[in-house]
Design a protein around this ligand. Structure first.
Ligand code: FAD
Ligand code: DHB
Length: 393
């Protein structure tokens, strides 16, 4: 069976796997990235859009922030709409930090370009099927490419293959503990060729359900609607989507959104999920492979990048001088940030969505919480420091 060898075998070319490969390269450590989908697919898969200050700093510091700095939209606040009111949360004034709106697929494009320019190895349409020997010095990733079985031999495996990947399942039964929650709703997301009607994101709590107004550029809007978890996308023709967005967002006198052709639409289920620990023997798990948050706090991609920043340092310490301490503390350190983001994402989700049909008590609590954010500097600062990302957790 054809075999190849590298130092760190990385499964998955999402933000976690690609960033890890890039950080390892900067430290002189070799890696091979296996990705089941095509390059075109991963570069055009529409997902998250908000980068915390720490993620922007990491991308820029490591030399892949040039286009991000040119095209990314720096936002210093967000708007909350509820009960016919509108309030701006001045995040930068409250924390000294900001977020940058820049599509996840743009981050992925920039990282792929940087890896390929440096001679890095990313195998697209290479589907990892099984991990072996994780408790030995030389684990193997078995994968299929062009209808053939191949092997990647390595010192360590980084499982960066998202929620549906194979890596997490390679850990023997009884080792991992799972914590999870599903929510009784999903998000319908659309990309529209319509100039955003605002400069900052709007998070709206409405009796018909949550809505989010975001963007990708001065010409393109990104909008989301809370829908039922089993909703059929075919039941949402463009006119229905615009009517619902108007109903939930046009709650402030004199404000209206800009409409335009819908370029793409999809439905994403909502889940909170954590698996502990994030390491077993020579397998290190990162990103969505070990934790999922509902997207309301915009944390998913940021957590994936924060995990691999730790992992890059840990592998560097091992290859530089055989130090194992950072490999050993990786999981515990990463999980502190993961659980902070779990709480924040659950809290934002609970405050902004319609949780149960006909539960007026719940909806009064939500309005009270939103008013508190709108009137208390302390509470607004708490939301802001979580949203822009805490440097230390
Ligand atoms: P991924 O980006 O999922 O990358 C994993 C990669 O592994 C994929 O490219 C996959 O093809 C590959 N892979 C899987 N199995 C294998 C295998 N067996 N062999 C080889 N390769 C494999 N977050 C937000 O903050 N806001 C949002 O609006 C938002 N929307 C989302 C919409 C969707 C549909 C999804 C799935 C996620 C969304 N997220 C959002 C979350 C955010 O995009 C993720 O947290 C982020 O992608 C995590 O990065 P990752 O690298 O860990 O995983
Ligand atoms: C976007 C996605 C989010 O989940 C969020 O909370 C804010 C913005 C976006 O895709 O732009």
């Amino acid at each position: 069976m054809p075999g190849m060898r590298t130092q760190v075998g990385i499964v998955g070319a999402g933000p976690a796997g690609l960033m890890l490969s890039h950080l390892l390269h900067l430290r002189g450590i070799e890696s091979v990235v296996l990705e089941s989908r095509s390059r075109d697919h991963v570069e055009h898969r529409l997902r998250a859009g908000v980068l915390e200050q720490g993620s922007v700093d990491l991308l820029c510091r490591s030399g892949v922030g040039e286009r991000l700095q040119r095209e990314g939209l720096r936002h210093e606040g967000i708007e909350l709409r509820f009960a016919g009111e509108s309030h701006r949360v001045p995040m930068a004034d409250l924390t000294g930090r900001a977020i940058t709106v820049y599509g996840q697929q743009e981050v992925v494009k920039d990282l792929i370009a940087a890896r390929l320019a440096a001679g890095g190895s990313i195998l697209f349409e290479a589907d990892a099927v099984r991990l072996d020997g994780l408790d030995s010095d030389s684990p193997i990733v078995h994968f299929r490419r062009d209808g053939r079985d191949e092997e990647l031999h390595c010192d360590f495996v980084a499982g960066c293959d998202g929620f549906h990947g194979v890596s997490r399942g390679a850990v023997p039964d009884g080792v991992l503990t799972t914590y999870e929650r599903t929510y009784p709703f999903a998000w319908l997301g659309v990309l529209a060729a319509a100039p955003p009607a605002v400069e900052e994101l709007i998070y709206a709590n409405h009796e018909r359900g949550f809505a989010l107004y975001s963007m990708r550029s001065p010409e393109i809007s990104r909008l989301y609607l809370q829908v039922a978890p089993d909703e059929d996308i075919a039941a949402w023709p463009d006119e229905r989507i615009w009517a619902e967005l108007r109903a939930r967002l046009e709650t402030v006198p004199g404000w209206s959104l800009n409409e335009g052709p819908i370029l793409e639409k999809s439905i994403t289920p909502m889940r909170s999920f954590v698996v502990e620990p994030m390491r077993w023997e020579r397998l290190f798990l990162a990103g969505d492979a070990v934790h999922i948050v509902p997207p309301t706090g915009a944390k998913g991609m940021n957590l994936a990048l924060a995990d691999v920043a730790l992992l890059g340092d840990a592998f560097a310490a091992w290859y530089d001088g055989g130090r194992t301490d950072l490999l050993e503390t990786y999981s515990a350190k990463a999980l502190r940030r993961v659980w902070r983001a779990q709480h924040f994402s659950w809290w934002m989700t609970s405050m902004l969505h319609r949780l149960e049909r006909d539960d007026p008590y719940e909806s009064k609590l939500q309005t009270a919480t939103l008013r508190y954010v709108a009137t208390s500097e302390a509470y607004a600062r708490s939301l802001s420091e979580n949203y822009v990302g805490l440097p230390e957790v």
